[in-house]
Design a protein around this ligand. Structure first.
Ligand code: URA
Length: 209
């Protein structure tokens, strides 16, 4: 089964509390979602493999470390995943971005894919799927299966707030995918919102409420 890790660094917890507050403006919300995305990326990439490289400093030759292994692709799930993208990209500026568009049927709560644009060499890349809310797990599972259909074998999922139900659903359908969250909340409500959560992440990011 894939690992589920809550990245509860004090900075992450503090920032998450700010964006949970209902009075936090879209401006501040957007800024902080990006910051948390960056801090999470710092932790998620802790185990990236390194290789020795020969370089020359102004003083002389030396052998130093550089990141080895597969190239990374960040995969934000539209639209709220875009909120985490800048922060993640600040940590990994050379990463490519593959975008996947999902919408949720408001009545059945089931996700539907309407857009998918990936780098050509996606099958050779490690993918970090990002979406602020892991609610039912439907969108995450659909995004992961869209990547697997394109030959991707190395996938991680990063969310800000996870409902236990969403974690279970992803672990069941995609046991090879490790999940990282800034927090695991109490539960999923019948209306599809996470409690206590932070409301509709897309609306709060883009001021569309
Ligand atoms: N999507 C959101 O934006 N918020 C939730 O609480 C659940 C799903």
């Amino acid at each position: 089964m894939g690992k589920f890790t809550v990245l509860d660094h004090p900075l992450i917890q503090h920032k998450l509390t700010i964006i949970r507050r209902k009075e936090t403006s879209s401006n501040e919300f957007r800024q902080i979602v990006g910051e948390i995305g960056g801090l999470m990326t710092y932790e998620i990439t802790r185990d990236l493999p390194l290789q020795d490289v020969e370089i020359e400093t102004p003083i002389g030759k030396t052998t130093q470390k550089a990141i080895a292994g597969k190239k990374l692709t960040i995969v934000p799930i539209l639209r709220a995943g875009i909120g985490m993208l800048n922060g993640v990209m600040e940590m990994i500026p050379a990463a490519k971005v593959g975008v996947i568009g999902m919408y949720r049927d408001e009545e059945t709560l089931t996700p539907h894919e309407y857009f998918c644009k990936m780098p050509k060499d996606i099958a050779e890349r490690e993918c970090l799927v990002v979406d602020p809310m892991l609610a039912t797990g439907g969108s995450a599972n659909m995004a992961i299966s869209a990547l697997k259909k394109r030959g991707v074998t190395d996938i991680k999922l990063a969310v800000l707030v996870a409902a236990p139900e969403g974690v279970k659903a992803v672990q069941k359908e995609n046991p090879d995918v490790d999940i990282f969250a800034a927090a695991e909340d109490d539960k999923l409500l019948p209306n599809g919102y996470i409690f206590p959560g932070l409301g509709d992440a897309g609306d709060r990011l883009f001021g569309t409420k």
